[in-house]
Design a protein around this ligand. Structure first.
Ligand code: 13P
Length: 260
């Protein structure tokens, strides 16, 4: 299925028991029937993937995992590989989330390996990049996202890049209620698109979907997505309730229609 903007993904992180996940997914699927203009993706924890898959399977809502291991199989206790995610019904996988970089030592080289593993199994990477508060204060934002992109995408050919989604998530905005202003986010998104243009050429960079993530709420979604280079959202906290998540999707559709 072709990806399309506006693209709104809910990252449930380490939340949702199986019954809770089923309820939330059911509510999102129901609401999604009236919102065919948006690409809606849900990223439950591993434990709920197969049950959520059964619920989204017949709908346009897609399933994502939150992480994967870079090898296809082997003695890696506690890890989950791309073929296993594919088998569980995942179309997408989030790679390089700042929480994994911060708390689990994930590096650009590791992200690169995971991207290749996902692509090989036909699971589309949602690649996260973003600067810490200290890096922003030191004026290093653009250098950091460029370095993360370069390291993550090293050796990834155009055909691998084309389906991919990039998510800019400034670490200081995640779970803090401190959203980047639309202008702050747009500045980085434009920079990312420029980097992608240098790497993959005009057309592919223009069509690339670049998400913003970090305290996205119904109240700020419209203004953010009205910016030229913001094509959708990776939503954390506000994706844990159907009502706020769906309202974000609605705002995204409205903003996208107006700027087209
Ligand atoms: P919040 O929306 O809770 O800030 O989380 C953003 C995020 O990390 C999504 O991946």
């Amino acid at each position: 299925m072709a990806k399309k903007p506006p693209f709104v993904a809910g990252n449930w992180k380490m939340h949702m028991t199986i019954p809770e996940a089923k309820d939330l997914a059911t509510a999102v699927v129901r609401a999604s029937m009236e919102l065919p203009e948006a690409e809606i993706v849900l990223a439950p924890p591993f434990t709920a993937l197969s049950e959520v898959f059964k619920i989204v399977e017949e709908s346009a809502v897609q399933l994502a995992a939150q992480n994967l291991h870079g090898e296809d199989r082997g003695a890696f206790t506690g890890e989950v590989s791309a073929p296993l995610l594919k088998d569980a019904g995942c179309q997408y996988v989030i790679i390089g989330h700042s929480e994994r970089r911060q708390f689990f030592g994930e590096t650009d080289a590791g992200v690169n390996k995971k991207i290749s593993a996902a692509l090989k199994s036909g699971v589309i990477p949602i690649v996260c990049i973003g600067e810490t508060p200290a890096e922003r204060e030191r004026g290093e934002t653009m250098a950091v996202v460029s370095r993360q992109l370069e390291g993550g995408l090293e050796g990834i050919a155009l055909e691998g890049f084309e389906p991919m989604i990039i998510a800019y998530e400034p670490v200081w905005a995640i779970g803090t209620g401190k959203t980047a202003s639309p202008a702050q986010a747009e500045e980085v998104h434009a920079h990312i698109r420029q980097d992608l243009t240098r790497r993959y050429g005009n057309g592919p960079a223009e069509y690339a979907i670049i998400l913003y993530g970090g305290s996205v709420k119904p109240a700020n979604a419209f203004a953010l997505l009205s910016e030229k280079n913001i094509d959708g959202f990776l939503v954390g906290g506000a994706s844990l309730e159907a009502e706020s998540f769906i309202e974000i999707v609605r705002e995204a559709i409205k903003a996208y229609k107006e700027k087209k």
